[in-house]
Design a protein around this ligand. Structure first.
Ligand code: SF4
Ligand code: SF4
Length: 197
């Protein structure tokens, strides 16, 4: 019986009890409560158990589960957006700039190199803001859920661990009916070639 059905039953019983004298109501309530309780116990005793023997048996998690945040290192441009938007300030990023060698007379370009990316899971509240705001698809929800530590300090996981968790990122699920997909911008059309050029 669902919680809602239990509640309706309870209300009906209360209405009935109002029509009884105080002595009768007291006796009736005790009796009904006991029988209902025994009935629920009996019903659940006869149902098969829905628990599983974790960790020997691991249940498949739903597609959008929030286990851990996995990092795809090669996509990260050290833009710091995730660290700035994190409401708990639990993302630690360090990087430095390097210059690419100039090619065919072009000026050397500078780019960011990621030195450190860590998340303190003792502070993280699994809001998912970092995953949402990353403009370069470098953060994903992985389905790992076994990363407990003996010491709270150990819950700050560095980028090697975050990158390993990429193995457990499920493929994106199909959009629900009526949901808007990502905006796809049309490719720019090539400008018409000038006459005589
Ligand atoms: S899930 Fe939320 S709290 Fe956790 S690191 Fe990302 S932004 Fe911060
Ligand atoms: S928002 Fe994405 S690209 Fe920018 S620092 Fe965070 S993970 Fe890297």
């Amino acid at each position: 019986m669902s919680v809602a059905e239990n509640r309706v039953d309870e209300l009906v019983t209360r209405e009935e009890i109002k029509t009884l004298s105080p002595g009768e109501a007291k006796r009736t309530t005790y009796g009904i409560g006991l029988i209902k309780g025994l009935g629920i116990t009996l019903r659940h005793m006869l149902k098969p158990a829905i628990t599983i023997q974790y960790p020997d048996v691991v249940d498949e998690l739903p597609a959008r589960s929030r286990g851990v945040i996995a990092l795809k290192q090669e996509n990260c441009t050290v833009c710091m957006l995730c660290a700035r938007e994190c409401p708990d300030w639990c993302i630690y990023i360090e990087g430095h700039k390097e210059a690419r060698e100039s090619v065919a007379g072009k000026r050397a370009k500078k780019f960011n190199v990621l030195d450190r990316f860590a998340i303190d899971y003792a502070l993280c509240m699994y809001c998912g803001i970092c995953v949402e705001v990353c403009p370069y698809d470098a953060l994903f929800w992985g389905q790992e859920d076994n990363y407990s530590e003996h010491d709270v300090v150990g819950l700050t996981h560095e980028m090697d661990k975050l990158s390993q968790w990429m193995y457990n990122v499920p493929p994106p699920v199909e959009l629900e009916l009526g949901a808007m997909g990502p905006e796809v911008k049309p490719l720019p059309t090539a400008a018409p070639a000038k006459e005589g050029s």
